[in-house]
Design a protein around this ligand. Sequence first.
Ligand code: NAG
Ligand code: NAG
Ligand code: NAG
Length: 220
Amino acid sequence: MFSLNFVAVLSTLALVSPGHSYPSNVKQDSSTSSALPVCGPVVQSCQCPEGNIYSSVSTYGFYPATAKDVQSITASSFSDLSYIGLNVTNSTGQGFEIGSSRTFTLDWDASIEPISVTEVLTTYNEYPDNGGFNMTWDMGNLPFHYTRPNGEEATVGGFWSYEELRQVGDYSFFLWSTWSCFGDVFDFSGFHELVFHRIAQILKEQGKSDGSIIGLTTTG
Ligand SMILES: *[C@@H]1O[C@H](CO)[C@@H](O)[C@H](O)[C@H]1NC(C)=O
Ligand SMILES: *[C@@H]1O[C@H](CO)[C@@H](O)[C@H](O)[C@H]1NC(C)=O
Ligand SMILES: *[C@@H]1O[C@H](CO)[C@@H](O)[C@H](O)[C@H]1NC(C)=O
């Protein structure tokens, strides 16, 4: 029963995801002669700013819990990231108002000091029937400059994320994609998986699941 749902979701994903599939013709570094558009919220063949590396990471899996249970963890408001242990130092907007922002700092070994990231909510839709939502957000404090441990200056061109939670049978399907232009490699897949596992752990602590994630997959 479950495996049928699983296949159904994957094929749905393939069908509905042209807006979220991987660019087929991505350049790692810019060259001034290219006619490709600058990378941004639309997933398409694109060009990162000079000195930036393109990356695209997508993570998905199923929790044996309802979408409403998962939503109550992930979605109290755009600015609440306490469930993953991040301290939001500044936020604007209420709930999931479009344009809401959240600012937090992250350790990154490519930078001599922690980087401050402001994320801005760009779309948010709730699925009315069984709970769940989809949303997009991006990095708002651009252009972002940082200093490498060797003293070189470098930049972040931005990142863009799409997240979707919906109920599939007795399970919740959760998907998170991030595409980005960074001056050095950033471990988005590790960050995604940390969040997926954290949600599983909270569901278990709340007695709403056995703590498993079925079919956890990260690509990119
Ligand atoms: C968040 O803030 C609390 C209280 O100030 C602090 O104990 C904790 O270490 C901070 N966490 C991070 C990840 O900075
Ligand atoms: C908080 O974030 C908003 C939006 O990014 C910004 O306009 C404002 O200056 C920030 N406030 C502080 C105290 O940093
Ligand atoms: C997000 O949800 C809305 C409302 O259900 C829907 O119209 C839209 O197509 C969804 N976006 C994606 C990328 O699936």
